[in-house]
Design a protein around this ligand. Structure first.
Ligand SMILES: NC(=O)c1ccc[n+]([C@@H]2O[C@H](COP(=O)([O-])OP(=O)(O)OC[C@H]3O[C@@H](n4cnc5c(N)ncnc54)[C@H](OP(=O)(O)O)[C@@H]3O)[C@@H](O)[C@H]2O)c1
Length: 271
């Protein structure tokens, strides 16, 4: 096991939304690096099956648990539920949802509230549950799977963009507060990634426009500054590098051609 890539002996990582897409790739990369993982999804059976498959594939311990990040009590109870597992030293807030709607449509306020509950308050609930343990031990890392939607606007996704901007603002503040206490808080901001979420968007666009899947995939790739859809493995690599970083408040943008450090953050003080 590479000590450079792992949490200290006995500790583990928690990846929310680890049943699919980017979260599953992050869980796999952490397990391959030799660190045990607890992954979550809303359906406990699906999460357990995903964890079992990843443990079989990588040979590193992985457990799957049910968690809806909108449920305050379940998030607060998660450290207790993991007591028999290991202390969580790496938290990856990946679970998230994207939905499209015009900002002028009836119902846009309801959608904005719903996405804030998942994409903004979800990561905050997990932070509230696990940060005290990290701060007490004087070490830990939190990585937010944010988005290019944390950095700029796009038409018809104001609820998603609002929730991801809010997450980025919060992350910048928490990063500065935690760095002197041995804990790092950073974020990755990918443009379009080839995942089930993106494939669902392509299906919606297909129904609305009549364009072919191939055409729409090429269109989304052309929207990425690097000209290609990002792979889940590229996002997982960026997350791992932030989990291993000695800096807090680092922001990586993934363009579909390059991984760019757009904010360098501050040094984490050893405790
Ligand atoms: N795809 C992209 O182009 C892209 C680009 C930038 C950023 N992102 C971000 O990357 C993250 C992962 O996206 P993805 O593309 O991998 O999407 P995905 O394949 O749809 O996976 C989303 C994950 O989030 C979980 N999830 C959804 N709602 C949840 C809730 N209320 N509570 C707990 N878990 C929940 C899902 O698990 P269950 O269904 O099992 O509950 C699933 O594991 C999201 O935060 C997204 O905003 C995606």
């Amino acid at each position: 096991m590479s000590s450079e890539l792992s949490t200290p002996d006995g500790a583990a990582a928690l990846v929310t939304g680890g049943t699919s897409g980017i979260g599953a790739a992050i869980a796999r990369a952490i397990l391959v690096a030799g660190t045990p993982v607890a992954l979550t999804g809303r359906d406990g059976e699906r999460a357990a099956q995903a964890a079992e498959a990843l443990q079989r594939e990588t040979g590193t311990e992985c457990v799957g648990l049910a968690l809806d990040v909108t449920e305050e009590a379940s998030c607060a109870a998660l450290p207790g539920a993991l007591e028999g597992f290991r202390p969580i030293e790496w938290l990856v807030n990946n679970a998230g949802v994207a939905e499209t709607m015009s900002s002028t449509a009836a119902g846009s306020l309801d959608l904005a509230r719903r996405l804030m509950e998942i994409n903004y308050f979800g990561p905050l609930r997990l932070f509230e549950a696990f940060a005290p343990g990290m701060l007490e031990r004087g070490r830990g890392r939190v990585v937010q799977v944010a988005s290019s939607a944390s950095l700029r606007g796009y038409p018809y996704v104001s609820a998603y963009v609002g929730s991801k901007h809010a997450l980025m603002g919060w992350t910048r503040c928490a990063a500065l507060e935690c760095a002197p206490k041995g804990v790092g808080v950073s974020a990755v901001c990918p443009h379009y990634v080839d995942t089930p979420m993106t494939r669902r968007s392509i299906e919606t666009m297909k129904e609305k426009t009549g364009r072919t899947e191939e055409d729409l995939r090429a269109f989304l790739a052309s929207q990425n500054p690097g000209g290609a859809l990002i792979t889940v493995e590229e996002v997982a690599d960026a997350v791992l590098s932030l989990l291993r970083s000695e800096r807090s408040g680092v922001i990586h943008e993934l363009t579909g051609g390059a991984q760019v450090v757009i904010e360098e953050g501050v040094s984490i003080e050893a405790r």
